[in-house]
Design a protein around this ligand. Structure first.
Ligand SMILES: [Zn+2]
Length: 598
């Protein structure tokens, strides 16, 4: 420990001008001394290692310097008082550690000694570090002295936790807030120290030390001490990395870079490195969310925005990374991070969920703009014209987060018709349906165009005529169903069994169609004027008996998960922070938002 403090002591600022990172405090104090309006008590608030004790000693020197006969903004640093104060050994400047002298007895002692005049200087100065540690009784005793301080007494209180101080104490102090020292200022100071010490260092090594010190000059100097004492020759960046490890923000950036490359394997490996560095899962999610927030800010406000709280280097990195993301992608990623953080609370083994979140973010299809998402959704729906992006629609009574209650499952098929053009054109009907889902289920097929001749059921010609069948569906205001059936390969039997097989990449559509089986059966039966029963198979299932029972839509948990895995669906959900209640293709010319939204 003694070794660690060598540089910090040796290069402690000795004058207000030398103070690093707290120029505002130094200037205000100098001005006060110059004007002769010197408070009785000062409060220095700020995190550790930012210069509170250093400034307190400079202030003590300014008040007590023996080279002039009044307080001076520029103490000499050479007189006995200045030198003793600099060492922390002056008889008139009493430094007290509030953490270890926190009781009433110590403060009583202080009060009784305060009545004595200083031995050789103008003031008796009490510097109480970590003053918030004092007990309440001690504070009360201190307050009496603060209320009527002897003219020859000055107090300097320092605290890392000003909010723990009684307001009665704070109100009697002139308060100075010490800021965390920017990494750039720390780096420059380290450079000066290294130059004075005549040690060779790589610029990048100092930058790393400065950044890892997180605003604390004392920590930075301690680290530099440690690095210089362990190595020989020039201090390199690699040595710093070896000692400090790679900082978590770089690891976080590496995860995000892998996500940008749509490389889930790499993203997981980088996540592993981030966690191996000692970061918790919650911390990792928070760091990722923060990184994506910065990217979002770069994309919305530009890389120079004040909202981005990053030093120069990381800010440039963020600007570079941001080029690889669209705004919806960055926003969506923040959503994934925060929802995953919520989801893992209280889980005994949450890592899988976090990894799943990273894999989702790295899903290649996710990082497209909204326009291509819309197009993709349009294609998913059928080959119909691309639909306008709409919020996922929850059914009328769907509680948030339970989009697939049993009730909902039953109503999924009827809900399909919410998008039927005739209904959309009639707001009253639409509202009525929203208000009463049962009415909706009962009235939906009223919209079928009347008077159409049934199509002939010709099983062997059905594949060739499938698109004509779809046209007929659209003509009967069943565009939504057509959207679900258009991409299927039909195989029919004379008995009215219609097997619809979907390609592997159409699994989502297949499921939706299967969920709407009852409605599909009914509509097709009407279309062909005979009983038609459909089976919905993936191409790998062809030939096997269908597991579906044909009575109605069933959405299992596994199916729901599968649905939720589709990157395009995910992107929309994250963008709107919603959940899937239903997936509805939207025919063109019908764009009003409908249904209650989640
Ligand atoms: Zn002096």
């Amino acid at each position: 420990m003694a070794d660690y403090l060598v540089l910090a002591r040796k290069y402690r600022s000795a004058t207000f001008e030398e103070v690093v990172g707290q120029g505002h405090v130094a200037k205000t104090l100098q001005a006060a001394i110059r004007s002769g309006r010197i408070a009785h008590a000062f409060l220095f608030a700020g995190t550790r290692g930012v210069g509170k004790t250093t400034v307190a000693r400079i202030l003590a020197k300014a008040l007590n310097c023996l080279s002039v006969d009044a307080p001076t903004p520029t103490p000499c640093g050479k007189c006995d008082a200045c030198q003793a104060i600099a060492r922390g050994e002056d008889m008139d400047v009493i430094e007290i550690d509030g953490a270890s002298n926190r009781g009433i007895e110590e403060i009583r002692e202080l009060r009784s000694s305060a009545i004595y005049h200083p031995a050789r200087s103008r003031y008796r100065i009490y510097y109480i570090d970590e003053v918030h540690m004092l007990t309440r009784e001690a504070f009360n005793a201190l307050l009496k002295t603060l209320e009527e301080p002897p003219p020859h007494v000055k107090f300097i209180f320092a605290t890392t936790e000003p909010e723990k101080l009684p307001a009665t104490v704070i109100s009697r102090c002139q308060r100075f807030d010490f800021r965390s020292i920017p990494a750039g200022e720390i780096r420059r100071h380290l450079q000066a120290v290294c130059k004075a010490e005549k040690v060779a260092v790589e610029e990048a090594a100092l930058a790393r030390v400065a950044r890892s010190a997180a605003g604390s000059m004392r920590d930075a100097l301690s680290l530099l001490d440690q690095l210089l004492s362990s190595g020989g020759g020039k201090l390199t960046e690699q040595e710093v990395i070896d000692v400090l490890g790679q900082p978590s923000d770089e690891r976080t950036a590496a995860v995000v870079a892998a996500i940008a490359q749509s490389d889930p394997a790499k993203a997981l490996a980088e996540l592993e490195a981030l966690l191996a560095g000692g970061m918790s899962l919650e911390g990792a999610l928070g760091a990722l969310a923060e990184m994506f927030r910065n990217l979002m800010l770069v994309l919305t406000c530009g890389p120079d925005s004040d909202l981005i709280e990053l030093p120069e280097g990381p800010r440039q990195q963020a600007a570079e990374l941001a080029k690889k993301f669209t705004l919806p992608a960055a926003v969506g990623a923040i959503g994934i991070c925060t929802s995953t953080a919520r989801a893992i609370r209280g889980l005994s083994n949450p890592r899988g969920l976090v990894e799943a979140g990273v894999v989702r973010m790295a899903g290649a299809d996710k990082f497209v703009d909204a326009a291509s998402l819309v197009e993709r959704l349009g294609k998913l729906s059928s080959g119909l014209p691309a639909a306008p992006l709409r919020r996922p629609q929850a059914g009328p009574s769907a509680p948030a987060g339970q989009a697939f209650s049993n009730e909902q499952k039953k109503k999924i098929a009827p809900a399909e018709d919410q998008l039927a053009p005739a209904q959309a054109a009639s707001p009253a009907a639409s509202q009525a349906n929203e208000a009463d889902p049962d009415a909706q289920a009962q009235t939906q097929h009223v919209n079928d165009a009347p008077g159409e001749e049934p199509l002939d059921w010709r099983p062997e010609q059905l594949p060739a005529q499938w698109s004509a069948v779809m046209q007929a569906l659209v003509g009967r205001r069943q565009a939504a169903l057509a959207g679900l059936l258009a991409q299927a390969r039909p195989q029919a039997t004379e008995a009215g069994l219609l097997r619809l097989s979907y390609g592997l990449n159409q699994e989502l559509i297949r499921r939706r169609a299967e969920q709407a089986a009852a409605q599909v059966n009914e509509v097709l039966s009407r279309l062909f004027g005979r009983q038609v029963r459909c089976e919905f198979v993936s191409s790998q299932q062809e030939g096997k008996p269908s597991p579906g029972n044909g009575v109605g839509p069933v959405l299992s948990t596994a199916q729901r998960e599968q649905l939720n895995k589709d990157p395009a669906v995910q992107a929309v959900l994250e963008f709107f922070d919603g959940s899937v209640a239903n997936i509805l293709p939207a025919p063109s010319g019908q764009q009003e938002p409908q249904g209650s939204e989640e």
